[in-house]
Design a protein around this ligand. Sequence first.
Ligand SMILES: [Zn+2]
Ligand SMILES: [Zn+2]
Length: 160
Amino acid sequence: MKWRTIIDQVQALRGGHAMTKQSTKQSSELTEANVRSGWDEYFLNIAMVVASRSTCPRASVGAVIVRDKRIVATGYNGAPSGEPHCTEVGCLMVDGHCQRVLHAETNAIAQAARFGIAVQGATLYYWDSLNRSRSCTKCAQLTAAAGLTRIVTTAEQVGK
Ligand SMILES: [Zn+2]
Ligand SMILES: [Zn+2]
């Protein structure tokens, strides 16, 4: 599948994204600053593509952990590695939440732990097809416990 197709599909899931800002500009206004996105938009766009791998039909969420402008881990909402996914066996609903999946942020931090990558002081980029502006309480606690110091979502930038 072509890269552009993936982005279009994920954008369609969400019904628009910050990226579309650029296409509405007059071409005469296009400068290098417009063409070359800022770091936050760049990593958020990557988080959007990561979200396209989500395996729970309830939401597509992507997380990207960045240190010194380098991606050190990514995660999407899905079952733990080796376990069946919602797309194969259905969601496991308890109190209105799917218990089969680990959330994107938790999966990203687990991936860093698996390979022994420090995330203290890192930034978490969070993209969500439901346009929620923040992590759930458990992921926010885990993010803080792991020492990440900044969270950037499409809706707001927290921490700085
Ligand atoms: Zn599910
Ligand atoms: Zn969560």
